[in-house]
Design a protein around this ligand. Sequence first.
Ligand SMILES: Nc1nc2c(ncn2[C@@H]2O[C@H](COP(=O)(O)OP(=O)(O)OP(=O)(O)O)[C@@H](O)[C@H]2O)c(=O)[nH]1
Ligand SMILES: [Mg+2]
Length: 320
Amino acid sequence: MTDRSDHLEDPTPLTDATAGSTHSGFVAILGKPNVGKSTLLNTLLGVKVAPITPKPQTTRRGVRGIYTHEDHQLVFVDTPGLHHQGRSELDSYMRREIRDAVADVDVVLWVTDLRHPPTREDRDVARMLHNLPEATRVILVGNKLDAARYPEEALSLYKELYPEAERVLALSALNDPKAVYALRDDLMEALPEAPFFFPPDIRSDQTREQWVAEIVRESAMLHLRQELPYSVAVLVVDWQDPPEGSDEPIVITAEIWVEKTGHRRIVIGKGGTMIREIGRTARKQLEIFLDERVFLELEVVVKSAWREDREALRELGYEV
Ligand SMILES: Nc1nc2c(ncn2[C@@H]2O[C@H](COP(=O)(O)OP(=O)(O)OP(=O)(O)O)[C@@H](O)[C@H]2O)c(=O)[nH]1
Ligand SMILES: [Mg+2]
């Protein structure tokens, strides 16, 4: 990942709209949990911006991923999976992130899982689509085509939930990047004339610390079982770049927050085995994307009920 820039809050246009030389627009990626929204975002961008795990509710923030090619800029907004359980401050934050993400975009990519027919959660998403502003274009993306036994049947059931979709397509975000790039090209072609909202070399609106925290959280979610992953948060507390020209690693210190002492014991594991595994998986990812050696220091901290604590949520970068 090349983006090491600061978080861009509430971006204001960078180019002169009257010049009329640039095209840009916002595309939200919407769908129920675990259908492959973040996978699609990462493939669209060609870099890993968002965390991916086989577990639902991986994404918490409406992460923006930016793709710029010449005078065209697409701003994708990944969203948390739409779900209605959960009454914590964190859950309502996630639902707000979804609402905000789709409120003012040019296109919504509605991602569905072709391995299965629609569920109640898909119908909830369709209801949301019906409430979008009229000008919003909706594209139904049937994902996981590679693993679907009856993709055509599934896709037509999804289509019935929202017949107004301007386009319907089936693809595999994970295994068929060419199909994803074709979709990206089509989105580019349809972009309205508008100023760029991000500098052309920016890939995401996350700070580098938020991005590292997500990689560590992804690793923790992959290694931990059952309900525990959902009560884990990660905060990067220190980042030391080595002196120029030295072959020392980058030293990153992160806290893994859990809600109970018992959870802390699980995350550390017997003789520290679990925390070492979490660290190893995360470090490998970081070294690939940063293209530098990384020393990752992890500390497990008990923060009871952090999901209810607005101050704690803000510290994590969730703007409650
Ligand atoms: N077979 C197959 N698996 C996929 C595909 N796309 C995503 N997956 C898998 O589906 C799981 C969920 O992917 P995510 O990208 O995290 O899904 P998400 O919709 O962002 O999930 P939440 O953030 O939890 O809402 C992961 O295990 C992915 O590897 C695909 O095209 N084919
Ligand atoms: Mg996600």
